[in-house]
Design a protein around this ligand. Structure first.
Ligand code: ADP
Length: 543
């Protein structure tokens, strides 16, 4: 029997229409370096109409990819809302990739146009002439555009182009399964691969992000996505905020701890999202500037790599701010699991749950498989590769054969861990980062978390290095707080009562900074390379 329900498509355009009609006075604020510029959702809706008309006039047809090369700002949000809503496909390019990677990705996606911030023109100019599919470039911001002259593309100022357009546009009302946006994995563990989100997946993902078991985003919120809008759609926070009618506070290029602290203090966001390295930097900045007030934040979403327990405890103790760990991937839109403790958990038990990667949000299913693809029990002990499925999880990659990444309709994540009987996922490693010492696994994630709990340690990354006796052993690269001289021996003693003795690293490198990926995670691939090139000064400590 069929239902009697209407089958209204779940689209980005319906989110845009909703926020403009029902929350028109809520605002988008963009950091300018010495304050913010503001636009209401009513004005944003009008500007989106103008942008869509302009893109159509310039030849953008349904399904054409329009790339952004942008900071987190109002114009990027306009592209987020207008491009999918007109029936084209938003493609967020990662501004921190190398010119070769950008060329590869933009060409593979066959981007037809690029919307670039003028401050990023020097980066784009290096590749633009070789982007054969790109016909025109829209430049936001006031900066100089002369370096784009002679690149063989039409280069137009965004505001000039919008000025002549009507703010009315017949937004798409079509197929919810059509492509709305695409994003390439950042390539931490291989070549970038394209993931194409549908209107439906983005709609459902936004509802999940707004739900009470996730971030509970609602109209009174002011949401600060520090995580770049080119990284898995800023974890879907912008679309979730539009759906909820919440204010958005966008940091533009002011991502260092000092301007971030200033903007939080002045504009009082209630919810923010970023990878752990950003919150770690902020914590150390506020240590030196104790008058900074971060108390407006009711929740800080943190993920992308394991969130050190010490970081969560410091935020709680120092500012009364709750950091919630979430797990996800570009392939999962990205929200997969959230570490909110069960109602019954108390005291230390709550923290134990919060230090996991979390429980899946309804819609996402998780399971573990062993090396022979047998499904493992959810007993909190069996360790295997994590597989995931759900309506906002990708079922393939864009124009790439990657059968080996899928298994019976589940996505193989490349993450390794266990799942407890009550559904909490604990990751011990990425498959490519595991350390197998004498046939037994050592969790680099756990060693890093424990090291970053030491009062003198600012950053720690642990990699596998080959060892004649044990095949592999852990090497710890550590950044110490300025002015401290903690030794490898002392760090080994710190770990000694927390992990099995055979986990204790013998090899230690004290470095100025752990290399970071284009999305701000510790870059273990780069660390391994520096080590194998002999560029890492390693102390060896055996008992
Ligand atoms: P990349 O693969 O280039 O890093 P993604 O941003 O899609 O790009 O990264 C997804 C991966 O990030 C996951 O597969 C997982 O390894 C890691 N990750 C995400 N959230 C967490 C978390 N809370 N704890 C540990 N690892 C995480």
């Amino acid at each position: 029997m069929l239902s009697t329900m209407q089958t209204t498509p779940l689209t980005v355009s319906s989110i845009l229409r909703h926020v403009v009609q029902n929350h028109s006075d809520r605002e988008v604020l963009t950091a300018t370096g010495d304050g913010v510029r503001r636009v209401s959702y009513r004005e944003l809706g009008e500007r989106c109409g103008k942008l869509a008309n302009a893109l159509r006039r310039l030849g953008v047809a349904d399904d054409d990819r329009v790339a952004t090369f942008q900071w987190n700002n109002q114009e990027h949000l306009e592209a987020y809302a207008a491009i999918p809503s007109m029936g084209a496909v938003l493609h967020t390019l990662n501004i921190r990739l190398s010119p070769e990677q950008i060329r590869f990705i933009a060409t593979h996606a066959e981007d037809r146009a690029v919307i670039v911030d003028s401050s990023l023109i020097p980066l784009l100019a290096k590749v633009l002439p070789s982007l054969d599919t790109v016909r025109f470039v829209l430049v936001t911001g006031e900066g100089d555009i002369t370096s784009l002259e002679g690149c063989g593309k039409d280069v137009l100022r965004y505001e000039d182009v919008l000025a002549g357009e009507s703010s009315e546009f017949p937004w798409l009302d079509g197929d919810e399964n059509a492509a709305a946006a695409m994003c390439y994995t950042s390539g931490t563990t291989g070549d970038p691969k394209g993931v194409v989100y549908s209107h439906r997946s983005m709609y459902l993902h936004s509802m999940a992000a707004c739900s009470g078991n996730a971030f509970g985003i609602a109209e009174p919120d002011r949401v600060l996505p520090v995580v770049p809008m080119f990284h898995a759609n800023a974890w879907g926070l912008p679309y979730a905020a539009l759906m909820a009618g919440a204010d958005l506070l966008l940091p533009d290029r002011f991502l260092q701890a000092e301007p971030l602290a200033d903007i939080i203090q002045a504009q009082r966001p209630t919810l923010a999202g970023a990878v752990p390295t950003i919150w770690n930097d902020l914590l150390h900045y506020v240590d030196r500037n104790p008058d900074i007030d971060l108390s407006s934040l009711r929740l800080v979403a943190c993920g992308g790599s394991a969130v050190p327990r010490a970081l969560m405890e410091s935020f709680e103790r120092r500012f009364g701010v709750t950091i919630v760990q979430a797990w996800g991937m570009t392939e999962t839109s990205p929200l997969g699991a959230i570490a909110t403790p069960p109602a019954a958990a108390e005291g230390e038990d709550r923290m134990r749950y919060r230090a996991t990667q979390g429980r899946p949000v309804c819609g996402v299913e998780l399971r573990l498989v062993d090396d022979d693809d047998r499904v493992l029990p959810r007993d909190g002990k069996a360790v295997g590769e994590l597989e995931v499925r759900g309506p906002w999880v990708t079922g393939s990659y864009y124009r790439v054969e990657a059968e080996d990444r899928f298994h019976d309709g589940w996505l193989r994540t490349g993450d390794v861990g266990n799942i407890s009987p009550d559904g909490f996922l604990t990751l011990t490693d990425r498959a490519k980062d595991v350390i197998k010492s004498g046939g037994e696994w050592i969790s680099s994630v756990e060693l890093e978390n424990l090291l970053m709990g030491h009062p003198d340690v600012v950053e720690a990354a642990v990699i596998a290095v080959s060892d004649p006796k044990w095949q592999e052993r852990p090497l710890a690269a550590v950044v110490l707080r300025d002015g401290t001289e903690t030794t490898a021996d002392q760090l080994r003693s710190w770990l000694a009562d927390k992990v099995p003795k055979w986990w204790l690293p013998e090899r230690w490198a004290f470095v100025d900074q752990v290399p970071r990926t284009s999305v701000g995670k510790f870059d273990k691939k780069a660390l391994r390379r520096i080590h194998s090139d002999g560029r890492l000064a390693v102390n060896e400590v055996y008992e």
